[in-house]
Write a protein of this length. Structure first.
Length: 119
C-alpha cells in the first residue's frame, strides 16, 4: 500500500498550488480520501475530505472558498487545488485514505509534502 504526495513547494502569498496524491495497493475507489496538514508544534488538522462513492466534499472553515478537493478514481488519485495561499497555510500536507467495514477500519497515510507560503 502506498500513498505518494507531490506538488508542494515554496510560494508567495496569493498564488496557487495543486497537490496530488497517487495511491497503489488498495481499492482506491472504495475509500474516503482526506488531506490533512501539520505545522511543527501544532496538532494535525483536517483540511478537506471527499467521500466514496458519492464524492461529497467538506472543508475546514479556514480554507473554504480557497481550496478544492477532487478525485480521479481511474487514476487512483486525489488532488488539492489551493488558491489564494496565505502564510498560515504553511504546513506539511498529508494524504489519508480511510474505509470502515463492519469488522475494522482501514487507514493509510502518505509521507507528506511541504508547503511553505512566504514573501
Amino acid at each position: 500500500v502506498q500513498l505518494v504526495e507531490s506538488g508542494g513547494g515554496l510560494v508567495q502569498p496569493g498564488v496557487s498550488l495543486r497537490l496530488s496524491c497517487v495511491a497503489s495497493g488498495f481499492a482506491f475507489s472504495n475509500y474516503d480520501m482526506t488531506w490533512y496538514r501539520q505545522d511543527p508544534g501544532k496538532e494535525r488538522e483536517l483540511v478537506a475530505t471527499i467521500t466514496s462513492p458519492s464524492g461529497t466534499t467538506d472543508y475546514t472553515a479556514s480554507v473554504k472558498g480557497r481550496f478544492t478537493i477532487s478525485r480521479d478514481n481511474a487514476k487512483k488519485a486525489v488532488y488539492l487545488q489551493m488558491d489564494s495561499l496565505k502564510p498560515e497555510d504553511t504546513a506539511v500536507y498529508y494524504c489519508n485514505a480511510r474505509r470502515t467495514s463492519a469488522l475494522r477500519q482501514y487507514v493509510y497515510w502518505g509521507q507528506g509534502t511541504q508547503v511553505t507560503v512566504s514573501s
